[in-house]
Design a protein around this ligand. Structure first.
Ligand code: ZN
Ligand code: ZN
Length: 244
């Protein structure tokens, strides 16, 4: 009995701690890119103060939604050996390190594309996704600006994948870093990646701000997260907008 109670307490504590970490990560990273925006594109967010305050409010709530499952799984990993996260680089062949990065990003992208399309059904849109589209135009602070229902659909992806697909803890960190940085830069309102890449043959398959900006302008296209694979396959890709 006592053991069960303390296990629950430890899991809850881990969930609270992780919510705090995700919240701190949001303020640090979005803050950094907002600062970069004020340097690189002065005045881009002018007059958007009230919108940015709403973006921060929704994002803070999303940070808690993201932190809870991640914190519980992290506790289970440490306390009970849950998940297929490994720490010894020799446990799997070396080629699996980059391959697992791609598998995680592609799986997340696939989940995101289809749940995102469902969320554009008018009734579901009003309930779950209108919050995210209230950012017109989005800013660096909109990276986690989701209604809690939408946040939940995003929050379960990586905690579920770690039970299914083996991943080195360092690669997992990389997945989270890519997720964080692309979430921000895609909403920042200007293109941080060189034109040479964005308009290259590789860029034809990658999503950056130029692509996602068009989703925020036109709604019914460019639904993907990292890759344009599903948008191309389902003819929902309308090419790039021209963010400043
Ligand atoms: Zn967006
Ligand atoms: Zn949308």
């Amino acid at each position: 009995m006592g053991g069960t109670t303390s296990a629950w307490a430890a899991a809850a504590l881990s969930a609270i701690a992780m919510a705090g970490i995700v919240l701190a990560r949001y303020f640090a990273t979005s803050g950094l890119f907002a600062l970069a925006t004020s340097r690189a594109r002065p005045g881009l967010y002018e007059g958007l103060g009230p919108q940015i305050r709403r973006e921060i409010g929704w994002s803070a709530m999303s940070a808690v939604v993201y932190g809870i499952p991640a914190g519980i799984v992290a506790w289970g990993w440490q306390a009970h050996g849950w998940t297929r996260i490994f720490t010894d680089i020799g446990d799997w062949p070396l080629w699996w390190l980059p391959a697992s990065l791609f598998v995680y990003l592609f799986a997340h992208d696939t989940w995101f594309y289809w749940t995102h399309r469902i969320m554009h059904e008018p009734r579901i849109f009003r309930a779950a996704h209108a919050v995210h589209h209230a950012s017109r135009p989005p800013t660096a602070w909109a990276a986690m600006s989701f209604h809690p229902i939408e946040a939940l659909t995003g929050a379960i992806v990586v905690p579920a994948l770690v039970f299914l697909v083996p991943i080195h803890v360092g690669v997992l960190g990389l997945v989270l870093a890519v997720m964080t940085v692309m979430g921000i830069t895609n909403h920042m309102g200007w293109e941080i990646f060189p034109r040479r890449l964005v308009h290259s043959r590789l860029g034809h398959w990658l999503i950056t701000a130029s692509h996602h900006q068009r989703h925020h302008e036109q709604y019914s296209c460019n639904y993907g997260l990292y890759f344009r694979f599903w948008d191309h396959l389902c003819s929902t890709d309308r090419g790039l907008a021209t963010p400043r």
